[in-house]
Design a protein around this ligand. Structure first.
Ligand code: NAD
Ligand code: UDP
Length: 313
């Protein structure tokens, strides 16, 4: 397989979403011959597909995916991603993580294409080790409120591995850690749009729990760069792609307040059940095998994100 997207035919399942739309644009700028987003618009939007060269196939990937012509690379990003969305779309999340992933693999197999699965740091659940290396097997509650997402993603990793080992499909697996940037939905419930929206409207920051839980935020351009590097690599084991700079949610609220120049007090409300207390990627594998590491600082990424949200608030 080539080490470039130049002249290649790319399909992005979930391509009208936040990450998917940035990925479609990156594939075009890397010289892909065609880029097709396949999306049911359940959490994505046609408005994210600003470049007219990106095709859109309106389709639920829980149904078999049929595409005319050659396909070299299939990126599977189709799934609700915010805790608010997967709580609301609980059955859709279970279905797309299982049936959708199988259909993505069947598409790749039929086309002789390489398939990359968007997995997640939620594979590690509420982790008891920090930072989390890919070898950590996780601490996931299979009967908790996050299980519809976490277990669907774990099943996704299992079926991707089985298609690789038993059917010889070329697969890649990225464990994405919290990623933020322009085109996140203001009301998707995730902490970045929540705090940025609150700062811009002068509202209180809605901190869940006591705000000492941690996350590590990766700017979207860095994340997409890691995903593309992984797709073009020969690494078929899972790879963490995220930014290892770890912050408490109280520290993050203050960072947003500084960057946006506004926001009210901290208002505390109960921590949702099974909300991970810490999250920080060990990116040794990405550094050594892909030569990837994040380049965009939190201040720089927040400035770009806030500039975008000023246009939609
Ligand atoms: P998003 O909600 O913006 O994008 C998901 C896209 O998938 C949307 O366009 C949605 O309409 C589409 N989709 C959902 N179900 C579908 C179906 N059945 N058929 C066709 N399309 C469908 O979310 P995102 O943040 O861009 O996340 C993209 C992927 O990355 C997801 O798989 C998510 O689990 C994974 N991920 C994201 C993060 C993050 O921080 N953004 C972290 C970990 C993993
Ligand atoms: N969070 C918060 N206030 C909000 C939204 C989220 O304090 O308005 C917290 C949430 O409890 C979690 C962290 O921020 O500890 C990250 O939440 P998000 O939904 O962005 O992602 P995830 O929990 O999937 O990492």
């Amino acid at each position: 397989m080539p080490a470039s997207l130049q002249g290649k035919h790319v399909v992005v399942l979930g391509g009208a979403g936040f990450l998917g739309s940035h990925l479609c644009e990156r594939c075009l700028s890397d010289g892909a011959a065609s880029v097709l987003a396949v999306d049911d618009l359940s959490t994505g939007s046609k408005n994210n597909l600003v470049d007219p060269r990106i095709g859109l196939l309106l389709h639920d990937v829980c149904k078999p995916i049929s595409i005319e012509g050659p396909v070299d690379f299939v990126f599977n990003l189709a799934s609700p991603a915010s805790p608010f969305d997967y709580d609301r779309l609980w059955l859709e999340t279970l279905r797309v993580g299982s049936l959708g992933t199988q259909n993505a693999l069947d598409l790749a197999r039929a086309k002789g294409a390489r398939m990359l699965q968007a997995s997640t740091s939620e594979i590690y659940g509420d982790p008891s080790v920090s930072p989390q290396p890919e070898t950590y097997l996780g601490n996931v509650n299979s009967v908790g409120p996050r299980a519809v997402y976490d277990e669907a993603k774990r099943y996704g990793e299992a079926i991707v591995t089985a298609y690789r080992d038993r059917l010889g499909v070329q697969t890649r697996m990225v464990r994405i850690f919290n990623t933020y940037g322009p085109r996140m939905r203001l009301n998707d419930g995730r902490v970045v749009p929540a705090f940025v929206g609150q700062a811009l409207k002068g509202q209180n920051f809605t901190v869940f729990g006591d705000g000492t839980q941690t996350r590590s935020f990766c700017y979207v351009d860095d994340e997409i760069d890691g995903i593309v590097k992984l797709m073009l690599s020969d690494v078929s084991d899972p790879v963490n792609i995220g930014n290892p700079v770890e912050l408490t949610m109280l520290e993050f609220a203050e960072a947003v307040r500084r960057a946006a120049g506004g926001g009210g007090q901290i208002s505390f409300s109960p921590l949702p059940k099974d909300d991970p207390k810490q999250r920080k990627p060990d990116i040794t594998r990405a550094r050594t095998l892909l030569g990837w590491e994040p380049r965009v600082s939190l201040d720089e990424g927040l400035a770009k994100t806030i500039a975008y949200f000023r246009t939609v608030v």
